[in-house]
Design a protein around this ligand. Structure first.
Ligand code: TXA
Ligand code: MG
Length: 319
C-alpha cells in the first residue's frame, strides 16, 4: 500500500534518495533529503515546479538550525522557540551545506520545525533535513490529507506517510528581516497578532500577492481550483451578482437572499476562523471533485487567521 504509517519505511526511502509525502500540521509536504541535489531536483520535477521557487527545509528541533543556517539574533530565537514546533517558517542566511537548488540561488534558506508528531519522529530518525514544498502540482490547491496527495501524486512517489487531516490546514507563516525590520513574506498558520505579541515588535511589512521572484509562493495565481470562484466583500449582496452561482461557501450566518436551491459547502458553520482555515483547501478541492463550475464566498473578517484564509481565497479566485 502506498499510504501508511510506517516511519521506518519512510526513513529508509528518504535515506535512499527517494521522495516521500509527509503530513505536517499545515499541509502535506513532498519531502526529500535537502542535502541531496538529485532528490531535491526530483521534487521540482514531480511537482512541475519552476526552479526559481525555493523550498522550505524541515528540521527536528531548533537546536539543529545552526547546522544549516546562521544563528538568528536573540529576539528572533525567542520567537522561534515560542512557535516551534509549529506553523512558522524563518528565513536565515544559509550555510554552504544547503544546495543552491533548495534556495533557488538565494543566500537565505527557509526553515521550520513542524509539529505533526509522526513527521517529528521521522525527522529525528534522519541525519539530514527534509526539503518539502506542499505536495500538490504547482499552482493547484494544497493537500490536507493523504488521500489528496494520492489523488494527484500517487503514481509519482513510492510512499505517503499518513498523519490524518492537517490540524491547521493552511501553510506556515513565513517571516524574516529586511534591514532589521520584521517582515511577513507569506500569511499562514501563525497570525500577525500572535507574531507581534510574542516578538514585542510591529510587523514592518506584510507581503501579499505579487509577481516578485523572491516569493513565488506569493504569485497571485496559486492555490487555484478549476472551479470559478466569486468573492464578495462584507458589503456586497449575493442578489446583486450578475451571475448567481449554485454553490455558496459558508462561514457563519448565510446571506438572507440566498436562493433555497443553493448548495452550501461549509468553511465553518459557527464562523470559527480556525475551523475555516482547517477546511478551506478541502472545500476548494470538493468544488473540483463535484465538477462544480462556479461558487461564491464572502471574505472573512480581516483578523487573526481570517487574513490568511482570505489570502488563499483571493488567489483561488484569481484568473
Ligand atoms: O506549511 C508549509 O510551509 C508547507 C509545509 C509542507 O511545510 N510548505 C510549503 O512549501 O508551503 P511551498 O513550497 O508550497 O512554499 C514555499 C514558499 C515558496 O514559494 C517561497 O514563497 C517561500 O516559501 N520561500 C522558500 N524559501 C525561500 C527563500 N529562500 N526566500 C524567500 N522565500 C522563500
Ligand atoms: Mg505550495
Amino acid at each position: 500500500m502506498i499510504i501508511g504509517q510506517d516511519i521506518d519505511k519512510a526513513a529508509a526511502l528518504l535515506k535512499a534518495g527517494e521522495l516521500v509525502a509527509i503530513p505536517t500540521e499545515t499541509v502535506y509536504g513532498l519531502a526529500g533529503n535537502a542535502l541531496n541535489e538529485e532528490a531535491v531536483s526530483r521534487i521540482f520535477k514531480v511537482k512541475n515546479r519552476p526552479f526559481f521557487d525555493p523550498l522550505i527545509i524541515h528540521i527536528p528541533h531548533i537546536d539543529a538550525l545552526g547546522l544549516y543556517a546562521e544563528i538568528p539574533p536573540a529576539n528572533d530565537l525567542r520567537l522561534l522557540s515560542h512557535f516551534w514546533p509549529g506553523p512558522l517558517t524563518y528565513l536565515a542566511p544559509k550555510k554552504a551545506i544547503i544546495p543552491d537548488l533548495v534556495t533557488a540561488g538565494s543566500p537565505l534558506v527557509a526553515i521550520r520545525v513542524p509539529k505533526q508528531p509522526i513527521t517529528l519522529s521521522l525527522l529525528q530518525e534522519l541525519d539530514f533535513p527534509l526539503a518539502a514544498p506542499s505536495a500538490n502540482p504547482f499552482g493547484y490547491v494544497s493537500p490536507t490529507s493523504a488521500r489528496h496527495v494520492a489523488d494527484q501524486l500517487g503514481k509519482d512517489i513510492p510512499y505517503i506517510l499518513d498523519g490524518g487531516e492537517a490540524e491547521v490546514g493552511i501553510e506556515s507563516t513565513i517571516v524574516g528581516r529586511i534591514n532589521h525590520r520584521l517582515v511577513v513574506f507569506r500569511l499562514g498558520g501563525v497570525s500577525l497578532e500572535e507574531l507581534e505579541d510574542v516578538s514585542g515588535e510591529r510587523i514592518a511589512e506584510v507581503r501579499r500577492s505579487s509577481s516578485s521572484p523572491d516569493a513565488p509562493g506569493m504569485l497571485s495565481l496559486h492555490y487555484s481550483p478549476h472551479c470559478r470562484l466569486t468573492l464578495l466583500d462584507s458589503q456586497q449582496s449575493f442578489s446583486a451578482l450578475e451571475l448567481q452561482p449554485k454553490v455558496w461557501l459558508g462561514f457563519g450566518a448565510l446571506p438572507d437572499e440566498l436562493p433555497a436551491s443553493t448548495q452550501i459547502l461549509w468553511l465553518s458553520k459557527d464562523g470559527d476562523v480556525l475551523e475555516a482555515a482547517r477546511n478551506v483547501f478541502k472545500v476548494l478541492r470538493q468544488l473540483d471533485e463535484q465538477a462544480i463550475q462556479h461558487a461564491a464566498v464572502r471574505l472573512l473578517p480581516e483578523v487573526g487567521l481570517g487574513r490568511a484564509v482570505n489570502d488563499r481565497l483571493i488567489r483561488a479566485a484569481a484568473r
